[in-house]
Design a protein around this ligand. Structure first.
Ligand SMILES: [Zn+2]
Ligand SMILES: [Zn+2]
Length: 447
C-alpha cells in the first residue's frame, strides 16, 4: 500500500477530492468496501501518520502541510480537529471536489433518486438498471489524473454514480437491479439536471388457433389509401377487417397499458387457411408497458372473449426477446400437417391416386417464391421436404389431401405447380389443372 499512500498524499496536496473520488482511484483493489469508506480510511491513515511525525518534530513542514491539505482539499473533519489540537485553526472546508464537482455528494444523489422515484411511481416493475451520461470533461480530468499518477486500480466515475444511485433506489423502492434484462432503465443526466426513464418491452408468448377463414396474421393496410381510409376499404384503412395480431393485441395492450405492440409469429398460414390443432407459436412484444404483473390465465380468457371464436389463444406465458428468434428458427424446421381440398377437372382412378401418394411421400421439392407473394418476398428457390401424403376421395371430382411437410413449404403451389415454379408438383404429375378449395393447418409438430 506504500505506493497508493504516496499517490494519495501527492494528489491531496494538489487537488480537492471528496472521500468517494479518492477511494475510487483504488476502487478495484479488494472487494466489499465502498469507495467513500476507502477514501475516508486513506485520509485517516495519512492524518495519523503526519500527526505523529509532527508531534515528534515540530519543525516538520511537510507533515503540517499534509495535515492542512487533508483538512482543506480533503475536506476532512478529523484532520481539521487534529490541527486544532496542535494549535492551528481552520474554517470548515466547503471545497468543490476536483473530479466529481459535487456530483457524488449525498444531497445531489438524493435529488436524482427522488426525481427517478417520482417518475417511476405509476410503473409496475421489479427489476431496473441505472445508466448515466457524464460530461466528457469530467471523464477527461480523471483520465489525465490517472495517467499522471500511474493509477491502474481506479474505477470509472460513471460506474460509481450508477451504483450509488442504484443502491439507493433499490432500498427505497424495494426493487432489484438486473444488468442483463432490466424491466426499467433509469438514465441519469447530471448535465441536464434530469433523470430519464426507459421502459423496456414486455414479451408474452403463446399459441393461437385460427378458426375462421379470411383473416390475415397481421394488419393489412389498404394499398389504395395507404391506411388513410377510402371508399374501397370502407373508410377503415384496412384491406381486411381484422387480423390475428389485432385480435390478440387489443386486450393485451389494454391490460399492460403499453403504447404499441408488435406481433412475431412462428411462420404464418395463408389468409384463407385455418390454423387448427394445438396452434401456432407467437410472441407479442408490448412497448412501454405500465403494468407487467397480472393473471395470464385471466388475460387469456379476456383475449378469447374479445376474439369471439375467430381465433383462440392458449398457454399465454411471460417470455423474452430471445424467444422470438427461437420460434422463427423452429418454424423453418418443424413438421406441419395440412389438409387441402382440391377440385379436379375430371375424376381420377384410385390406383392413380395411390401412385401420387407413393411418389410424393418422402420426396424433396424445389420451390421458387410463389407468384402471389413475390410482391413482398425476394425471388429465390427453397428446397423443402415432403414427409407424407395421403389422399381421400370426397366426391367424383373432389379430393382431400393430408400432407405432412417441412415448415415453410408453400402447399398451394405444391398442388398447383405455380406455372412450373414449384417442381415437381401434383398438378404436373397428374397432368391436370387442380384448384385448391380450402387449406387448413392441422398441426405443428413439437420438437
Ligand atoms: Zn468527488
Ligand atoms: Zn382504403
Amino acid at each position: 500500500m506504500e505506493k497508493e499512500m504516496e499517490i494519495s498524499r501527492e494528489i491531496l496536496l494538489k487537488y480537492p477530492l471528496c472521500d468517494s473520488c479518492l477511494g475510487r482511484q483504488f476502487g478495484l483493489l479488494g472487494f466489499g468496501l465502498d469507495n467513500k469508506t476507502r477514501g475516508e480510511s486513506i485520509k485517516t491513515v495519512l492524518v495519523l501518520e503526519s500527526y505523529k511525525n509532527f508531534i515528534k518534530d515540530k519543525t516538520s513542514k511537510n507533515d503540517l502541510a499534509l495535515l492542512e491539505a487533508i483538512a482543506i482539499n480533503g475536506m476532512s473533519e478529523f484532520a481539521r480537529n487534529s490541527l486544532k489540537k496542535l494549535g492551528f485553526t481552520h474554517e470548515k472546508s466547503e471545497k468543490k471536489c476536483f473530479l466529481c464537482e459535487r456530483l457524488l455528494e449525498k444531497k445531489n444523489l438524493l435529488k436524482f433518486v427522488s426525481n427517478a422515484i417520482e417518475k417511476l411511481k405509476n410503473l409496475e416493475f421489479q427489476t431496473f438498471l441505472v445508466g448515466s451520461v457524464i460530461k466528457s470533461d469530467l471523464i477527461e480530468k480523471e483520465d489525465t489524473l490517472r495517467a499522471t499518477y500511474n493509477i491502474s486500480w481506479g474505477e470509472a466515475l460513471k460506474s460509481e454514480l450508477n451504483r450509488l444511485i442504484g443502491i439507493m433506489i433499490k432500498e427505497k423502492m424495494n426493487k432489484e437491479t438486473d444488468l442483463a434484462n432490466p424491466e426499467i432503465v433509469i438514465l441519469v443526466k447530471p448535465n441536464e439536471n434530469n433523470v430519464e426513464i426507459k421502459i423496456n418491452p414486455l414479451f408474452i408468448s403463446g399459441k393461437y388457433c385460427k378458426l375462421e377463414r379470411n383473416i390475415p396474421q397481421t394488419l393489412w393496410i389498404c394499398k389504395n389509401c395507404d391506411g388513410q381510409g377510402c371508399d374501397e376499404c370502407g373508410g377503415t384503412g384496412k384491406r381486411y377487417e381484422t387480423s390475428v395480431s389485432e385480435l390478440i393485441s387489443e386486450k393485451i395492450l389494454q391490460k399492460t397499458q403499453g403504447t404499441d405492440t408488435k406481433f412475431h409469429g412462428a411462420g404464418r398460414e395463408d389468409i384463407d387457411a385455418l390454423m387448427l390443432g394445438s396452434g401456432r407459436e407467437f410472441v407479442i412484444e408490448i412497448k412501454e408497458p405500465k403494468k407487467r404483473y397480472f393473471d395470464l390465465k385471466k388475460l387469456e380468457e379476456e383475449v378469447n372473449d374479445f376474439a369471439k371464436g375467430k381465433i383462440k389463444v392458449i398457454n399465454l406465458q411471460k417470455s423474452d426477446k430471445d424467444k422470438i428468434r427461437r420460434i422463427k428458427a423452429f418454424a423453418q424446421f418443424s413438421e406441419k400437417t395440412y389438409k387441402i381440398i382440391v377440385e379436379l377437372d375430371s375424376s381420377i382412378p384410385r390406383s392413380k391416386l395411390d401412385e401420387v401418394e407413393k411418389y410424393f411421400s418422402g420426396i424433396t421439392i424445389k420451390q421458387r417464391t410463389p407468384t402471389r407473394v413475390l410482391h413482398r418476398r425476394a425471388d429465390k428457390t427453397r428446397v423443402k421436404k415432403i414427409f407424407a401424403l395421403k389422399i381421400n376421395i370426397l366426391e367424383k371430382k373432389l379430393i382431400e389431401l393430408i400432407i405432412k411437410t417441412q415448415g415453410g413449404t408453400y402447399i398451394k403451389e405444391l398442388v398447383s405447380g405455380d406455372d412450373g415454379r414449384t417442381k415437381p408438383s401434383i398438378s404436373e404429375f397428374l397432368n391436370m389443372k387442380l384448384v385448391c378449395k380450402s387449406l387448413d393447418v392441422l398441426s405443428v409438430e413439437e420438437k
